[in-house]
Design a protein. Structure first.
Length: 132
């Protein structure tokens, strides 16, 4: 199968972005393959079809009535890095933060929801999670 020039450059950009994300995780001692959706603290109550921890998220569809992942919503808000800095779920936040641009590009409805969420306040109570 021959690829045209556009497809080659797009594949090269994808691979370089993926390698940059893996380098970021490597420096922090995290592997994307280590974290599974079942390890998410919100997994038992979550009904979002697009999970950043799901390796097959590209195969999933989202409709208007579907919920959005808590970590994607929080990653889209300003100051999220500081809020997740010393928390136990920082690794999940990092995965959500790194996959968010790809997910927004792939699903326009998700992109609109995250843009809207970025204008609202955080759902994280600092007193509740300061014990971690």
């Amino acid at each position: 199968m021959r690829l045209n020039v556009f497809q080659k450059s797009r594949n090269k950009r994808r691979n370089s972005t993926y390698n940059a994300l893996n380098l970021r995780y490597f420096l922090q001692g995290i592997s994307m393959k280590e974290i599974k959706p079942s390890q998410c603290p919100k997994h038992s109550k979550c009904s979002a079809p697009l999970c950043p921890l799901d390796p097959d998220w590209e195969k999933r569809k989202m409709v208007k009535e579907d919920r959005v992942c808590f970590y994607l919503l929080e990653a889209s808000k300003p100051g999220a890095d500081e809020r997740f800095e010393n928390r136990k779920d920082n690794a999940i936040y990092l995965v959500a933060c790194s996959r968010m641009p790809f997910m927004k590009k792939r699903n326009k409805l998700l992109g609109r929801r995250l843009e809207r969420a970025s204008l609202t306040g955080t759902q994280i109570s600092t007193a509740k999670f300061s014990r971690f």
